[in-house]
Design a protein around this ligand. Structure first.
Ligand code: DSN
Length: 431
């Protein structure tokens, strides 16, 4: 037995218990999801799809995967579901590979405007395999559909992505549908961040407007790390072969055997997400985000906040992430649209409410947490990122060691620990 690893898992559990996880893509799964993940289903190989496997012994796995597909179709109101993608990035790549020839044109929101790497970012293989055109948000931080229309007319994409990882506003699926229609492109919604909110019907669903939907299963949907590709009636009407193309994109195009333990855990999470309590949970995520946004003087229409820290100084995202982590509050540094600093040392942080809400925190707790965050952010004044790039690494190192000695940060950490420990982690039992 690896004592070292089990000891480290315990330490991570303790870190999560006494800290506040505010990365908006993170969440806490239920005991049953954890149970399925840790089951003997992890031992099986099942290349292929239910009823058409390349290996024997899949009679029961077929039933598990079929049930996961059925639950996904029912919950999201789609016609077909592929539940095998290992995670969001492979799901998105499988969609591109299934629907567009290498070298074809794809279009997506840029990473710095709140899109995802796989929507065609320069650093992603999606922009090396395909000709990737990126649209940006305007000065108001919002997607400008006229701009998207112009780019689509000019570049005639085969596929358009509409989705987000750091965009705090509602996506106009109907507007995108008109653009995709006008150039004959497939329209794919990546709802990874918001799928739990869509499933609970507290945010608009893209189903009637798009051909395909991708989503991870571990964010607001509160399942295991995995992903799904969902095919709508619109998608089937546009391309009757679309399901086969996408299935082939996943296997054998990109992946080998599915992770059957994850498939089972996805089925459990989908079942949980169809319960009335999940709708209450999703509503509370949004209420909490509204309170947090108000307290932190920003705006959101979903579960996430993108905080521009320019009012405290230049390029403070990394420093904020470090100082908040020392206070027991986990967020991630993030670029803001048209960031004047850099991707590695950006001007903002991204935070959200799904994980805290899973622990039972409500509006009152958000006010308390926001006051700690504001206090920590005030401490950043005077710690502007050096303009001279070679100085930045040492500057961050020095900043970290200074902050480690900061007495008020140590006090806040204690306060946060006492506060957080009152809200148990849903999947964890004390043994
Ligand atoms: N890592 C995910 C997120 O944090 O949004 C995107 O892949």
């Amino acid at each position: 037995m690896s004592d070292k690893i089990f000891e480290l898992i315990k330490q991570e559990e303790q870190r999560q218990k006494v800290g506040l996880e505010m990365i908006p893509s993170e969440n806490y799964v239920s005991k049953n999801v954890l149970k399925a993940l840790g089951s003997i289903l992890t031992d099986k190989y099942s290349e292929g799809y239910p009823g058409a496997r390349h290996y024997g012994g899949n009679e029961i796995i077929d039933q598990i995967e079929t049930e996961a597909q059925r639950l996904a179709c029912q919950l999201f109101g789609v016609k077909s579901a592929i539940v095998q993608p290992y995670s969001g990035s492979p799901a998105n790549l499988a969609v591109d590979l299934g629907l567009v020839e290498p070298g074809g044109v794809i279009m997506g929101l840029s990473l710095s405007s709140g899109g995802h790497l796989t929507h065609g970012a320069k650093a992603s293989f999606t922009s090396k395999i395909f000709q990737a055109i990126q649209y940006e948000v305007g000065e108001d931080g919002k997607i400008n559909l006229e701009e998207v229309t112009k780019l689509a007319q000019q570049h005639q994409p085969k596929l358009i992505w509409v989705g987000l990882t750091a965009y705090p506003y509602t996506l106009d699926f109907a507007g995108f549908a008109k653009i995709a229609q006008s150039v004959g492109a497939y329209l794919v919604a990546d709802i990874s961040h918001i799928s739990g909110l869509v499933a609970a019907k507290v945010l608009p669903s893209p189903v009637q407007y798009v051909d395909v939907i991708t989503t991870t299963t571990h964010k607001t949907l509160r399942g295991p790390r995995g992903a799904m590709i969902l095919i709508t009636q619109k998608g089937l009407d546009k391309d009757p072969q679309i399901v086969e193309k996408l299935e082939k994109g996943v296997f054998p195009g990109l992946q080998g055997g599915p992770h059957d333990n994850v498939t089972a855990a996805i089925a459990i999470a989908l079942q949980e997400a169809s319960q009335p309590q999940f709708k209450e949970y999703a509503e509370q995520i949004l209420k909490n985000a509204q309170v947090l946004a108000k307290q932190l003087e920003t705006k959101t229409e979903n579960h996430l906040l993108l905080l521009d820290l320019s009012m405290y100084g230049f390029g403070l995202g990394y420093q904020a992430q470090i100082a908040l982590e020392l206070a027991g509050i986990t967020v991630n540094r993030n670029t803001i649209p048209h960031d004047p600093a850099s991707a590695y040392y950006p001007s903002g942080i991204r935070l959200g409410t799904p994980a805290l809400t899973s622990r039972g925190m409500k509006e009152e707790e958000m006010v308390k947490i926001a006051s700690w965050i504001k206090e920590v952010l005030e401490m950043l004044k005077g710690f502007d990122l050096p303009q001279n790039q070679p100085e930045r690494k040492d500057f961050i190192k020095e900043f970290r060691s200074q902050m480690k000695e900061n007495l008020r940060l140590k006090e806040i950490k204690k306060e946060v620990e006492q506060f957080a420990a009152q809200f148990p982690l849903p999947g964890v039992t004390d043994e």
